[in-house]
Design a binder for this molecule. Structure first.
Ligand code: HEM
Length: 449
């Protein structure tokens, strides 16, 4: 799809409008000024989401659930909630969790070092990022067996997502035409619910017993919430859906970004060395950990992360937006309900903005007198997290995690390519992200400082 769109795009220009069989048109934007016009200047109109399947009944081991809706109000609500738990002050309160997860990662890496085998990073990163989000979601350390079960249930559903997309299209009809697929979907849905529900119940109990003596978790923000229009609280399936989205949205995106950055640091040892020298200038030789409050003294680290996100944005498209009322963009009439897709990767590779855009050069972020604005509020130069009203609510947490984990991984170990093996930066499309086609493998050795 992406290469098809790209070839169409080079022939037709920065705004493509596709329409099939009288459906609402799909618009594809690959130009940063059009992205700015639509998502920032006209954000109120371009920031809805297309409606998706309404789950009305899920039979799980525990009970039958009879309602769950995904309307626009619901989505706005979700966004507000995410901003509450992902607010910078809250994000800080989870620094103990990041430290815990770093230790898990380091233990795994140490055992690789001792065995002499190269490290295959992606799975370890993904597991570490997932542990972190489970902890932020449910507030307590969850045992490894349960984490595996939650991961498995989410993964299963995610891998089948493209097969289930068709169910969004006229559900009344697809329930007859694709009844087996509906059954399969509801079964997987029920399995996920069965895994999450005990964690949610346990947390609810703890919240009632302990009153104020705990660090707020994402699920806590859902318990007391009342839907403003429907004037009711969230039901169990809605809560479990939101928890699952929290876990899914933040895991693969962050672990993919982390892997791309580390791949470039292995491929270009001089960049890795320069980064290590910067860290050494800030952190005392005796220290085993780069602390979160030291990260802001490391401009080269920030430049490496930004360059990683520009050159290899984990999502090459934004999630689909929908237009909430008839409007005009670039002289074209865009009707209400049209869906809008924005080509994130192409925007960050624009040769008019970036010299040698396909090269990995963190230095390009060092010469700016002002701090680089990744939110694109004044001008969009890249948009790995989206921009405007629908910008990723996890942006602050994601940047912090990337800086913290990259700094510590470089502080602890020297990373080298496997002998005779060039680091291959070919891409592969996954469900939510564009990952490395050949996952990074590297030899590590502990630093002697
Ligand atoms: C490097 C890491 C990440 C990247 C590159 C990333 C990127 C994105 C992008 C491009 C979008 C779509 C924005 C749009 O449609 O306009 C998005 C949405 C979202 N992200 Fe992230 N994200 C990252 C990490 C996270 C984390 C850590 C969380 C939370 C734990 C998170 C939660 C979400 C949610 C809930 C949405 C949907 C928001 C909505 O529908 O309004 N993301 N992200």
């Amino acid at each position: 799809m992406e290469s098809f769109v790209r070839s169409l795009n080079s022939k037709l220009g920065p705004l493509i409008i596709l329409q099939f069989f009288g459906t609402s048109p799909a618009i594809i934007i690959s130009d940063r000024s059009l992205a700015h016009q639509s998502l920032i200047q006209n954000g109120a109109v371009f920031s809805d989401r297309p409606s998706s399947t309404t789950i009305t009944r899920v039979t799980s081991n525990q009970r039958t659930i009879t309602s769950a809706s995904y309307g626009p109000t619901w989505r706005l609500l979700r966004r507000n909630l995410m901003s509450e738990i992902l607010h910078p002050t809250r994000v800080k309160s989870y620094s103990h969790a990041r430290k815990w997860v770093l230790q898990i990662l380091v233990d795994i890496l140490n055992s690789h070092y001792k065995s002499g085998d190269p490290v295959r990073l992606h799975d370890h990163f993904q597991y570490a990022m997932f542990c972190l989000l489970v902890l932020m979601c449910f507030g307590e350390k969850v045992d490894e067996k349960t984490i595996e079960k939650v991961k498995e249930a989410d993964h299963h559903l995610l891998q089948n997502l493209s097969r289930f997309h068709i169910l969004n299209f006229l559900p009344k009809l697809t329930k007859i035409l694709f009844c087996k697929r509906w059954e399969e979907f509801l079964k997987m849905y029920g399995e996920k619910y069965d895994v999450l529900m005990p964690l949610i119940k346990e947390r609810r109990k703890l919240k009632e017993e302990r009153n104020d003596e705990y660090v707020l978790a994402y699920v806590d923000t859902l318990f007391d919430l009342e839907l403003p229009e429907e004037k009711r609280k969230l039901n169990d399936i809605e809560i479990s859906n939101l928890c699952s989205e929290f876990l899914v949205a933040g895991t693969d995106t962050t672990s993919t970004a982390l892997q791309w950055v580390m791949a470039n640091l292995v491929k270009y040892p001089h960049i890795q060395e320069k980064l290590f020298t910067e860290i050494k200038g800030v952190v005392g030789d005796e220290e085993t950990e780069v602390k979160e409050d030291e990260l802001q003294k490391m401009p080269y680290l920030k430049a490496v992360i930004l360059e990683g996100l520009r050159r290899h944005p984990p999502a090459h498209f934004l999630l689909t937006h929908a237009v909430s009322e008839d409007t005009v963009l670039n002289g074209f009439f865009i009707p209400k309900k049209a869906s809008v897709n924005v080509m994130v990767a192409d925007i960050g590779w624009d040769p008019k903005v970036w010299e040698d855009p396909m090269e990995f050069k963190p230095e390009r972020f060092l010469n700016n007198e002002q701090v680089f604005d990744i939110t694109g509020s004044k001008e969009i130069k890249m948009m790995p997290f989206g921009v405007g009203r629908r910008i990723c609510p996890g942006i602050g947490l994601a940047m912090l995690k990337l800086e913290y984990f990259v700094a510590n991984l470089i502080w602890w170990y020297e990373w080298k390519a496997v002998d005779g093996d060039e680091v291959n930066l070919e891409e592969k499309r996954e469900v939510l992200t564009v990952a490395m086609k050949n996952p990074l493998q590297a030899h590590i050795s502990p630093r002697t400082k």
